[in-house]
Design a protein around this ligand. Sequence first.
Ligand SMILES: NC(=O)c1ccc[n+]([C@@H]2O[C@H](COP(=O)([O-])OP(=O)(O)OC[C@H]3O[C@@H](n4cnc5c(N)ncnc54)[C@H](O)[C@@H]3O)[C@@H](O)[C@H]2O)c1
Length: 261
Amino acid sequence: MALVTGGAGGIGSATAERLLRDGACVMLADIDGAAAQEVATGMARVYGADVVRAVAMNVTDEGQVAAAYAAVAVEFGGVDILVSNAGIASSAPIEETTLALWNRNMDILSTGYFLVSRAAFRMLRAQGIGGSVIFVASKNGLAASPNAAAYCTAKAAEIHLARCLALEGAEAGIRVNVVNPDAVLRGSKIWSGEWLDQRASTYKTDKDGLEEMYRQRSMLKRSVLPEDIAEGVYFFASDLTAKSTGNILNVDAGNKEAFTR
Ligand SMILES: NC(=O)c1ccc[n+]([C@@H]2O[C@H](COP(=O)([O-])OP(=O)(O)OC[C@H]3O[C@@H](n4cnc5c(N)ncnc54)[C@H](O)[C@@H]3O)[C@@H](O)[C@H]2O)c1
């Protein structure tokens, strides 16, 4: 049983699909409840009506987070996989980063990841059968990126939160690992809004130019797709990594600034 936050988005829905293909039951949780329901309805046609559900949940709202876990308990009897993925992106030079923009990044990314993982820990400990928590963070949580201090800092907080939780969860068999995407333009709603315009202006190009720029910038010279991130998440969700916790997997086609040490 998996709860996927941001399940209506590009990476969230690809991840949900990957888990469903492996036989998991999946609850899609998203601030856009209607979009999550639409994605769930499409997946139910392929994988069956019993294995996928959707719930409206704002990750910054404690009450809504609690309600989503109550829903997953009712629908599937509990949860053993949390994919904390709901997110945004923002770009601004530091002098133009308003307190509101800074707080929005902190609220949705670091605090949102805290709230959904704290609720997961409570449920996982009560169940007593361990579990796997996967954070979809960002290459930008390891590597500084121009004009994105609020986003990069909030993503770095997610990565360190995951390490702390890996330490706390180990004795209960709760594994916590991180997947870091970079520049997943196709399928991502982040790349259809302001972030696209701001990144395009930072790098003085357009969407096609950006995708090519990121491809050429990568060591492997390849574009990263939502399905690639989903495979990384699946790896940590599955028993393939039963003996791994506190790890980071970069799915970024190679970026030496993000090498872990
Ligand atoms: N696409 C990329 O290039 C990229 C790169 C690095 C990291 N990431 C991270 O991957 C994750 C998924 O991004 P994506 O590319 O699929 O973007 P996306 O916009 O397609 O999906 C994000 C989803 O999160 C939901 N969401 C936003 N705020 C929320 C909130 N407060 N509560 C609940 N749901 C909320 C949105 O409604 C959306 O469905 C994010 O955490 C993002 O920061 C993405």
